[in-house]
Design a protein around this ligand. Structure first.
Ligand code: 5GP
Ligand code: ZN
Length: 113
């Protein structure tokens, strides 16, 4: 499959890894939109959240627990952070392997662009 993030998981494309376990991997975004911009992705390929079934819902909880762990380890938890997941065209999704953005290090704005 021609998926950039699957290639990152396999090590075929280099990345700056910050976390890995059996289920997920986290690495720095190549084009950071904030001083901290990390992508957290499942190792299994899902094009986006629409492909995640009820039986796999614990994976999403796990990803949020890992986001929290990374936020603590990076010391961004007290000032705060934002987690973003884009889905399909109107959501602004450009890479079709499910991923969550962990953004921090500056004041976030609302509504998002
Ligand atoms: P999306 O717009 O799909 O929610 O986010 C995709 C993200 O993947 C973007 O923030 C983009 O900068 C990032 N990205 C795309 N290609 C690569 C890559 O090869 N390496 C890394 N580390 N990030 C990538
Ligand atoms: Zn993939």
């Amino acid at each position: 499959m021609n998926c950039i993030f699957c290639k990152i998981i396999q090590g075929d494309i280099p990345s700056q890894k910050v976390y890995e376990d059996d289920l997920v991997m986290a690495f720095h975004d190549i084009s950071p939109q904030a001083p901290v911009h990390i992508l957290i992705i499942p190792k299994e390929h899902y094009s986006n959240i629409l492909e995640v079934e009820e039986s796999q819902k614990e994976l999403i909880g796990h990803i949020f627990m890992i986001a929290k762990k990374i936020a603590r380890e990076m010391g961004i938890h007290e000032k705060g952070f934002r987690i973003v997941m884009n889905c399909n065209r109107d959501g602004g999704q450009t890479v079709f392997h499910l991923h969550f953005h962990l953004l921090a290090g500056r004041q976030m704005h609302w509504p998002p662009g």
